[in-house]
Write a protein that binds this ligand. Sequence first.
Ligand SMILES: C[S@@+](CC[C@H](N)C(=O)[O-])C[C@H]1O[C@@H](n2cnc3c(N)ncnc32)[C@H](O)[C@@H]1O
Length: 142
Amino acid sequence: MGPSRLPAAPPGRAGIKAAAAGPEPQPLAMNSPAALREGYEHFDPRAYLRNNYLPPRADFSSEEFVVPWKLRCLAETFASGEIRGRTLIDVGSGPTIYQLLSACDHFEEIVATDYLAVNREELGRWARGEPGAFDWSPFIQH
Ligand SMILES: C[S@@+](CC[C@H](N)C(=O)[O-])C[C@H]1O[C@@H](n2cnc3c(N)ncnc32)[C@H](O)[C@@H]1O
């Protein structure tokens, strides 16, 4: 990525830079491939898992909370037969597998994928049962 693709400097500096160096670089569009890549490069799967899939967010005490609701929606969708076949390919699994649990009853093979190596490593740790893998057992038991 060349310097012209970098986000614009803060307003205070922008004028100085513009005067000294010509036209101000344009900020990255938030949905540009470069912006997406830059955002993903700093992704921390452990922080993501901690913030979203451990208490207090992962709360199973009521069926109305978001995690049980998501599991229920997934189970209902897979049970409906609307998505069917031999192999399920989950594109962009992130570091998570909860979304695939109820698919196990309906597919012979499930392939989890992700753009980020850190997410694929996180999934691999869980699949191999390695120490330090995220504990999905509350989700499996639910
Ligand atoms: C919303 S996150 C996954 C969330 C996770 N499954 C969950 O429920 O918390 C989307 C994932 O898609 C991945 N991703 C984005 N573009 C992709 C692509 N073209 N191919 C594969 N994975 C991609 C990202 O690295 C990111 O981990």
